[in-house]
Ligand binder design. Structure first.
Ligand SMILES: C=C(O[C@@H]1C=C(C(=O)O)C=C[C@H]1O)C(=O)O
Length: 377
């Protein structure tokens, strides 16, 4: 067979497979619509039996189920035989679920704007591209948008592998009624971006979010030791400034570069090759167990010898793995602290609930910020 007829034959096969995939995708979408119909029916029946007084506190009708989505993605990865990579199939199914869910009503997700921030990239990675993104000017505003029910969920950065915790996000959790519903990790690649009219000879200042400046500090010290650095509200804002004014350089990622049509003076300038940021998904509802979960709590203890030991010992005794611990000033007393602790397991697991009871007895404050599926992508 000559090359052309061989290619024609393979393309016919691909067309026929595509038709089958297409049909199956719509079959799947119809099933998801049926799930939504069943959920709506059960919700309306439950409402009929509730007194009017209870109705205001009734949970809203929920189509989105983070624990179920995490299970679907875990099953897809496990069953994958290749040649497609596990990540590739997981991403494809992430988008399929996103499109199926949007058939009911696209979810609105708040994140730190403007368009082109890493938080936006994290939101799309977690929820897929069928959500409606709602940009917010600050991290507080992301919390408010979800608390006020303007948005269904919010996405906030919580820690970076180079720079550590995002203190601002942790402080917001202390007084917020919101729950953590999920987590997502994003590899952060930073570039030196310029607009037309800027070259290495006329750089006046380097702008970026303070986290990005910190993540590329050594590189900037070596290459531009004398240029002024200005911390701005987001990397995308820095990109916008670089596009508007010759002489301003932004440190930002690919999404911001595309958004503002900037070119790269240097690529991948982050100091650590594994520079990764972890984001949390915040919402108004608790998430049931998925089978592979994490829990985040905030605890405050009396300032006495062995207080921290007493807090951590029950985890050790029960063989529960801690994944993170951070300390923040309590802001109610000088030199008093709150601890943010994260560990494996769900608050409804028997062993976790025993540990939480024990901690509660020995602490001034214990707040469970949420149990949520481990990052699936
Ligand atoms: C279909 C459902 O609802 C939503 C859509 C899902 C999907 O497309 O697989 C999974 C979970 C929910 O977010 C469900 O609850 O199973």
């Amino acid at each position: 067979m000559d090359e052309q007829s061989e290619l024609n034959k393979l393309r016919q096969q691909i067309d026929s497979i595509d038709s089958q995939i297409h049909e199956l995708l719509n079959k799947r979408a119809s099933c998801a619509q049926e799930v939504a119909r069943v959920k709506t029916q059960a919700f309306e029946q439950a409402q009929q039996f509730e007194s009017d007084a209870d109705k205001s506190s009734t949970q809203q009708l929920l189509f989105y189920r983070p624990e179920r989505e995490a299970q679907v993605l875990a099953r897809i990865r496990e069953a994958n035989q290749g040649p497609l990579a596990d990540d590739a199939v997981a991403y494809i199914f992430r988008e399929i679920m996103s499109a199926c869910l949007a058939l009911e009503k696209p979810m609105e997700v708040a994140y730190l704007g403007p368009e082109g921030t890493f938080t936006q990239a994290a939101a799309l990675k977690h929820f897929g591209h069928a959500v409606i993104g709602v940009t917010q000017p600050t991290i507080e505003a992301v919390f408010s948008a979800v608390e006020s029910e303007q948005c269904n969920y919010g996405v906030v950065p919580v820690e970076n592998s180079t720079e550590g915790m995002v203190a601002h996000t942790l402080d917001n959790f202390i007084n917020s009624p919101l729950k953590i519903c999920g987590e997502v990790e994003l590899r952060i690649r930073l570039h030196l971006l310029v607009g037309e009219g800027t070259s290495s000879d006329n750089i006046k200042s380097i702008c970026a979010h303070q986290q990005a400046l910190a993540q590329s500090r050594n590189w900037l010290d070596q290459n531009f030791p004398k240029v002024e650095r200005i911390a701005v509200s987001s990397n995308a804002e820095a990109a916008r400034m670089a596009a508007a004014e010759p002489g301003i350089v932004a440190v930002a990622g690919d999404m911001a570069a595309q958004q503002y049509s900037l070119s790269k003076l240097a690529s991948n300038i982050e100091d650590r090759a594994d520079n990764t940021t972890r984001f949390l998904i915040i919402g108004r509802e608790s998430v049931p167990p998925s089978g592979n979960d994490k829990t985040s709590i905030v605890v405050s203890t009396r300032n006495k010898p062995g207080a921290l030991f007493g807090l951590l010992e029950p985890f050790h005794r029960n063989g529960v793995m801690l994944t993170r611990i951070d300390t923040r000033p309590s802001r109610t007393e000088t030199w008093a602290y709150v601890f943010f602790i994260e560990f494996e397991g769900h608050a409804e697991d028997a062993v976790v609930s025993t540990i939480l009871k024990e901690i509660e007895e020995h602490s001034i404050l214990l707040k469970v910020l949420g149990s949520y599926p481990r990052a699936a992508l």
